[in-house]
Design a protein around this ligand. Structure first.
Ligand SMILES: [Fe+2]
Ligand SMILES: [Fe+2]
Length: 309
């Protein structure tokens, strides 16, 4: 695909973007869950179910706060930054106006997602009376993207940034999808996730097309150089340190005894996913490498062989 063939999705954005079409959602005061059990393995662990099942809702609301905090960081610090520089034509890779216009709709969508997330944070605190424990000030991508960009020569830094953001925008989508189907979760939370997912469907295709356009113009040397950086990025992206320290802080905040806390930490440590082809996000990442055409290049196939089935 060439830059000249790029078709804007501006019409679809006008008719379907959630900022254009959705009323504010209000958190229901009902007895459904505020966060899916399947997304916080702590509350499903043997020790938790035996020793402190009454703390389930506390643990779930804290996990919702962490999720919201992650969304705000991702949208405002990661995607907004890259999309905005494309829109403003400050990106080293030059894109046609239609791409830059679409990039601006991504900026608007992402900042709106952050706003909705902040609204839900306030609503959840108001409804439950539970304040958040200390939340992380970064997400895995806050480290993974700078680490990848630092490995690139000057002229490839923005291309690497573009590819990293495109990978991230193509992996969160499936992750959020799990929410939308869970009948035990509050309707407004599911609606929040479904709204977000609708916008992200547009974004994932957008980023894949930009990467495709870029890759088409990249020289063999540049492609080879970028291919070597990809596994480093993925390794940082899939690490579990930030989630693990949050889970440990959450366990420390549980009103229970030290022996239970110790057992919970042991059980959670055993659950970490390996950073290889068996990690649940890898299938999404590989799908992106196909849709963006990167995987057609032998240098990418070789560099990613650990992640390919
Ligand atoms: Fe978003
Ligand atoms: Fe997005």
């Amino acid at each position: 695909m060439n830059a000249a063939d790029y078709q804007s999705f501006a019409d679809a954005w006008e008719s379907r973007a959630t900022i254009r079409t959705r009323p504010r959602r209000v958190l229901e005061n009902d007895d459904k869950l505020i966060y899916p059990l399947s997304r916080q393995p702590l509350v499903l662990s043997e020790t938790f179910l035996r020793e402190c099942p009454q703390l389930r809702d506390f643990a779930l609301v804290q996990t919702l706060y962490k999720f919201i905090n992650d969304v705000v960081i991702f949208e405002t610090e990661i995607v907004d930054k890259t999309a905005r520089s494309i829109a403003k034509n400050r990106f080293a890779v030059e894109f046609p106006f239609a791409c830059r216009y679409d990039a601006m709709t991504v900026v608007v969508d992402e900042d709106y997602h952050a706003l909705v997330a902040m609204d839900f944070m306030q609503q959840a605190i108001g409804l439950t009376g539970i304040s958040p424990i200390e939340l992380p000030d970064e997400i895995e991508l806050s480290r993974a993207i700078p680490a990848a960009v630092a490995l690139a020569p000057e002229h490839l830094r923005s291309a690497v940034e573009l590819i990293c953001v495109a990978i991230a925008e193509n992996t969160v989508t499936g992750d959020v999808a799990a929410f939308a189907k869970d009948a035990t979760v509050k309707q407004s939370i599911k609606g929040l996730m479904a709204d977000h997912l609708l916008d992200e469907g547009r974004h994932s295709g957008f980023w894949a097309r930009l990467v495709r356009i870029y890759w088409h113009t990249a020289s063999a040397d540049d492609r080879h150089c970028i291919a070597q950086i990809l596994p480093v990025f993925i390794g940082h992206y899939l690490t579990n340190d930030i989630q693990k320290s949050f889970d440990f802080r959450l366990i420390d905040a549980l009103q229970t005894n030290d022996a239970t806390r110790h057992a919970l930490k042991n059980e959670m440590s055993a659950l970490a996913f390996p950073i290889n082809r068996h990690h649940p996000l890898v299938a999404n990442i590989v799908r992106f490498f196909r849709s963006s055409s990167l995987l057609e290049s032998p240098c990418v196939q070789t560099a990613l062989s650990d992640y390919l089935v």
